[in-house]
Write a protein that binds this ligand. Structure first.
Ligand code: SF4
Length: 106
């Protein structure tokens, strides 16, 4: 492969990767909402309303914790729902919560 062909090939690979990432992000932005009854949601104690979290089961939970303040939330600050890598292809509610919550860096 000549240098020029190699460069063209690498550009195509990079473009394909970017297109794939954009497609994946879009799928996450339009997927169905995570249901509390989903196996993964149930395992993580996910609630669509952070005020409904079982305080006895999750004593470290605080009402100020929700998906919108979690570092894994992929929505914008004012979005009502957004993607979360723990629930690929689905949407979590901004006011939701699960036991994997981790404070978003300020
Ligand atoms: Fe919400 Fe964070 Fe749990 Fe994802 S990891 S469901 S964004 S609290």
């Amino acid at each position: 492969m000549s240098n020029s062909n190699r460069r063209t090939f690498m550009l195509h690979v990079a473009a394909a990767g970017a297109a794939f990432s954009a497609g994946a992000a879009q799928a996450q932005a339009t997927g169905p909402k995570v249901e509390e009854s989903d196996a993964q949601a149930s395992a993580l104690g996910y609630k669509q309303d952070t005020t409904k979290v079982d305080a006895k089961k999750y004593p470290n939970h605080a009402a100020s914790q929700n998906c919108a303040t979690c570092q894994l939330f992929q929505g914008k600050p004012k979005d009502a729902t957004g993607g979360c890598p723990l629930f690929a292809g689905k949407q979590v509610v901004a006011n939701g919560w699960c036991s994997a919550w981790a404070k978003k860096a300020a």
